[in-house]
Every structure is written in C-alpha cells, then in structure tokens.
Design a protein around this ligand. Structure first.
Ligand code: FES
Length: 108
C-alpha cells in the first residue's frame, strides 16, 4: 500500500501520472515518472537512504532541498546521488548507500 496524499484539502485531487517500475535494493518498486526518487521511496515506506561512513548510522530525508546529502544513494551505479533532487526514470536501479558507496565498477 502506498502512503500518498491523493486528495489534498487545498491542492485538490492529483492528476493521473504515468507509473513506471524501478528497482530498489533488488526489489521492484512502482513509482510515478518524474517524481523525486525520495518521494517514491517514502510512498513505499522506505525511509533509510544511506548509512554513515564512521558509525554506520542510518540517514534519510532531512532537508529535502538538496543541501544536506542525507538522502544520498547509489543510482544506476553512481554513488552520492541526492535522491530528493533526482527525478524517477523507468528502469532505474537504486541501492542503499553504505559509507562512501561503490560505483558499478567496484571503486569508491
Ligand atoms: S534530504 Fe537533504 S540533500 Fe536530500
């Protein structure tokens, strides 16, 4: 079940949007094309985006405007992508980032 506001008191009903499939930590997730990755994950109840380098502590949405890097994840093999600023595209592969993250070629 998705956790979204479909009929806002002030903004009203949301117009229909294209649904696409992305992969998050190996699992298929339905998202709305063009919405921010972070919004798609929150709608699915996914709140941890990365674990810190030193203590391995979980981080997720903090500023929501691309300033803090707490939402950084590995997107299509590229680490440190701010998911609150990055729109969803069909077929994206998204992974929880551990520490500095690893690129698809295995380097940090
Ligand atoms: S939540 Fe702060 S950069 Fe994304």
């Amino acid at each position: 079940m998705e956790n979204r506001v479909e009929n806002h008191v002030v903004l009203g009903m949301e117009p229909p949007q294209n649904l696409v499939e992305i992969t998050v930590d190996g699992k298929p997730v339905r998202a709305r094309e063009g919405e921010k990755i972070l919004a798609a994950l929150l709608a699915q109840g996914i709140i941890v985006n990365r674990y810190t380098v030193k203590r391995g502590e979980p981080r997720g949405l903090f500023c929501g405007i691309g300033q803090c890097t707490d939402c950084a994840m590995v997107v299509d093999g590229k680490p440190n992508v701010r998911t609150c600023m990055t729109p969803v595209r069909a077929g994206m592969v998204i992974e929880t980032q551990h520490g500095l993250g690893r690129r698809a070629n295995g380097t940090e």
